[in-house]
Design a protein around this ligand. Structure first.
Ligand code: ZN
Ligand code: ZN
Length: 886
């Protein structure tokens, strides 16, 4: 046995481990600051340091890895920048749970000790997700791994904060924010999850100042009335025109409220009057600002009623609601309570009901930054693919609100702002100031809030490359080529990277944004723990190998279409990996050395044909990867390997390989086989890196890793040279003839071992000549005895016929089948099918069934009908063919 023989079956696990360590040891993922090759860069969407690899990561990182490996094979200097995100609230929650397990909490520890505990936790568990990415084959430049809280990135964060503050683009202000009382923090609008709730609508009467009638307002949160500072009506509303209706008395508080007029009020809703609570409702906050109304905060940051709530002070907000309703009833001011379904915001972390709340927060003025980010996409500096997401991006950017960047937690970048306790001066600086710049006092207290996690990740494309220093890395690799991301963080992250990148680097952070779809379960449902339909990528990898999994992801990653993932599909692509393995194993039994050149002139038809098809597959796959059509790339290569290389080429050349046609011919064919296997491995490597590397190393003439190979297309006129349309047409004809004969064999149940006599009639001289020239291939692959070719004449007797373009194939059945028996068998089968069809057709005529049954059930029945009809048709045509013979 020669040493280059592959094992009988492909065992992925050992192979994957071995090659991944090899790649790392040989530093094959490393980018170079000094290379003169074309640069190509991607920054990884940094997974949360608390993360565990899920299907979304698997898809996202497989796509990035395909791009990076592909570009390396094109000869580019590739940087795939890896790292993790400190994930403020998420990590703080995890560590708090951890501490609870040890019987302590962050308040007992204090801020400093708590942050130490988080770092400890990170040291122990924080690289789990990184190791999982390695299992997936991710070829990141791991030596450059960054963390959003590491020193360099923290410097970048400070620099950005200080500069934006100095430019007037960061300000501190009173603002109505979403407040979670549990997490004790402000939440961005996007961090609030809305959920339909069965609540109540309370109708409360506010009497006019003279104590009569009054207006009726409706609210779902009656406790907020304690903080009302006005009632608003529409200026066009006739009902509130008369004098005496300029003010009302706020029940329970006995405060006089003005009745203000504002176009915002919907006249058709209830009585057309709206209570205004600027401190506890975002719309009211804006109306309040327009009319200069005071804000009275009655619900505290702890969810308890404040002193402003009068006698309700100290009550929990929900208990207060009950008490307020009770009191209003007693005073006869509660007109009615209606059940009311409405949407209530919940904290995305802990699911607590979020309260709109007035508080002092830090903001980024988003509008000026957004304008340039919109223009960059309009001008084509950054392309969003698929284009459909551009409008979503524009919509959001054009309606952008100021970005609340402060969070009341401990884990994160503490805001670099200090307040002077003597004079109240606020100092924002890169370095901790020693004394107040206004009064000279040294009584300075740093802001306790930290920055929103997305603030640091917004800087990711340039902070990871060493900004604010002007590093060689930035010069070489910024802007990056593409950002690969899910649409769910298009706003949270992508839009903000655009704004920050343009503002601080003067250029967009990426030329393309590729937005990929979701991975769902096999029925198209979103995967979730509660539904129990989650497929764990690591389990899949364990079971089927990384390559089969990656190929599945690529094969189903059609643009804009969600991926329906199931184990069955991965199993299917494991067959493909095995098919490639077996084909290579067969080839390597014959290939004994490398072949530098091919004698193009003397090649056989299958040789010429496979080279031409290879060139087509290479072009199609490369073009597809370049335009993010991963499924088309996978599809082109699958089709080439399975249906052209394995099904046809390897079968056609077997007699040659076994030396039946002479040594010269064998050598020429081996040179082609070597070339095709060599190039196929390189083409497949980006999608299935492990198995290709393993085979590559057994292929004579290859040195070192396949990662250092150059794609066939790296030679730019490869396509022109090797594309042979004449060979494709001729081989196409040969294949059609063989397929025609094989179909007859199949339909007629003729054993493959039974040799057939065939005559082909055609009036096309070229067809006749081609078939004659390649008779041996047809005889061999179709299992023939005699093959004759002639012009059209009398139709032979006792034959089965197959018609192809320009020719008719006659397969002699004399002595092959027993016509009487066969007719009987066919009649029986056709009858059986007819009986099976009856209930199916009946069902499909039943309106009741069609109207009520679930879509997939109806589809199943319809498919069944098509299936049965097809079978029946086949048998019938078979029957027609032989019925004249009796
Ligand atoms: Zn919360
Ligand atoms: Zn001062």
């Amino acid at each position: 046995m020669s040493s280059n023989l592959l094992d009988k079956g492909y065992e992925p696990h050992d192979v994957e481990k071995r090659w991944y360590s090899f790649w790392e040891e040989e530093r094959l993922f490393a980018a170079s600051e000094n290379s003169s090759q074309t640069s190509y860069s991607i920054v990884i969407p940094p997974p949360n340091v608390t993360g565990v690899l899920h299907m979304g990561h698997a898809l996202n990182n497989t796509m990035q890895d395909i791009l990076c490996r592909y570009k390396r094979l094109c000869g580019n200097n590739v940087l795939w920048m890896p790292g993790t995100d400190h994930a403020g609230i998420a990590t703080q929650n995890v560590v708090e749970k951890h501490l609870a397990g040890q019987g302590t909490d962050r308040h007992q520890l204090g801020r400093e000790k708590f942050i130490e505990a988080v770092w400890e936790w990170r040291k122990e568990y924080g690289s789990a997700i990184i190791n999982q990415l390695k299992h997936l084959g991710a070829s990141c430049d791991w030596d450059r791994e960054r963390f959003t809280m590491d020193e360099g990135l923290s410097t970048a964060v400070r620099k950005v904060f200080v500069q934006l503050y100095e430019e007037g683009l960061i300000y501190r202000g009173n603002y109505i924010i979403n407040w979670c009382h549990r997490c004790h923090t402000a939440l961005a609008d996007l961090e609030v999850e809305h959920e339909e709730i069965d609540g109540n609508l309370y109708y409360i009467r506010y009497p006019y100042a003279d104590g009569k009638d009054g207006v009726v307002v409706a609210t779902t949160r009656p406790e907020t009335m304690l903080g009302d500072t006005a009632v608003a009506v529409n200026p066009d509303d006739e009902r509130y025109r008369q004098t005496g209706k300029e003010s009302v008395i706020l029940p329970l508080m006995n405060r006089q409220l003005p009745v203000i007029k504002d176009k915002y009020v919907d006249m058709s809703f209830g009585t057309g009057a709206l209570k205004i609570t600027p401190a506890h409702d975002p719309n009211d906050f804006e109306i309040g600002a327009r009319h200069d109304l005071p804000s009275i905060k009655v619900i505290g940051d702890d969810g308890m009623m404040t002193a402003e709530a009068g006698k309700f002070e100290g009550l929990d907000r929900f208990k207060c609601r009950e008490d307020v309703v009770k009191e209003l009833k007693k005073e006869g001011l509660l007109e009615k309570i209606e059940p009311y379904k409405h949407s209530v915001g919940h904290c995305y972390r802990c699911k607590t009901v979020v309260e709109p709340n007035l508080s002092k927060q830090w903001f980024v003025s988003a509008k000026p930054l957004a304008e340039k980010a919109v223009a960059a996409v309009k001008d084509g500096k950054t392309k969003i693919i698929p284009e459909i997401w551009e409008n979503t991006y524009f919509d959001w950017m054009n309606n952008i609100r100021d970005w609340c960047i402060s969070r009341q937690i401990w884990w994160g970048h503490q805001i670099p702002a200090w307040t002077c306790e003597e004079c109240g001066e606020i100092i924002v600086a890169m370095k901790t100031p020693e004394k107040c710049s206004a009064c000279g006092s040294n009584m300075l207290v740093q802001e306790t809030d930290v920055l929103d996690t997305w603030f640091s990740s917004a800087l990711w494309p340039f902070s990871t490359m060493g900004w604010p220093d002007k590093t060689p890395l930035l010069k070489k690799f910024y802007p990056t080529a593409v950002l690969v991301t899910g649409f769910d963080i298009l706003f949270f992250w992508v839009a903000r990277m655009m704004m920050m990148g343009i503002h601080f680097m003067g250029d967009v952070p990426f030329k393309d944004v590729y937005v990929h779809a979701l991975v769902r379960d096999e029925n198209g449902k979103k995967m979730s723990k509660s539904k129990g339909n989650v497929i764990d990528p690591l389990t899949i990898i364990e079971k089927y190998g990384t390559d089969a999994f990656r190929f599945t992801l690529a094969a189903f990653a059609a643009q804009g279409r969600d991926i329906k993932m199931s184990e069955k599909r991965v199993e299917g692509y494991r067959h493909f990996v095995n098919k490639l393995w077996n084909a290579a194993r067969f080839a390597l039994m014959h290939i004994d050395k490398s072949y530098d050149s091919i004698e193009h002139d003397n090649l056989s038809l299958p040789d010429k044909w496979i080279l031409s098809r290879l060139s087509r597959a290479a072009i199609n796959a490369s073009e597809a990867i370049e335009s993010y059509r991963f499924n088309d790339a996978a599809g082109a290569l699958y089709k080439f390997v399975w249906h052209e290389f394995c099904d046809w080429y390897l079968e056609a050349i077997k007699p040659v390989l076994y030396g039946k046609e002479g040594e010269d011919k064998r050598k020429r064919t081996l040179s082609v086989l070597w070339r095709v296997l060599h190039d196929t491995l390189v083409l497949l490597h980006p999608i299935i890196p492990f198995v290709t590397e393993e085979i590559w190393n057994k292929l004579p003439g290859t040195e070192g890793s396949i990662m250092r190979a150059i794609l066939p297309l790296g030679n730019s006129d490869f396509a022109k040279i090797d594309r042979d349309l004449e060979a494709e047409a001729k081989m196409g004809l040969v294949m059609q003839v063989i397929t025609g004969i094989r179909n007859i064999r199949g339909e007629m149940n003729i054993a493959p071992s039974m040799s057939l006599d065939v005559s082909i009639q055609s009036d096309d001289e070229i067809i006749r000549e081609t078939i004659n020239q390649h008779k041996d291939i047809i005889i061999n692959l179709a299992g023939l005895g005699v093959l004759s070719v002639e012009s059209y004449g009398k139709k032979p007797e006792r034959v089965a016929t197959s018609v192809i373009e320009g020719a008719t194939i006659f397969v002699s059945l004399e002595g092959i089948i027993d016509f009487a028996n066969e007719t009987q068998r066919l009649e029986k089968e056709i009858n059986k099918l007819t009986n099976e069809l009856v209930p199916v057709l009946k069902k499909l005529k039943n309106e009741n069934f069609l109207g009520k049954a679930p879509e997939d059930v109806v589809k199943k029945v319809k498919d069944k009908k098509i299936q049965l009809l097809e079978k029946q048709q086949k048998l019938q045509s078979h029957m027609d063919r032989i019925k004249d013979f009796k």
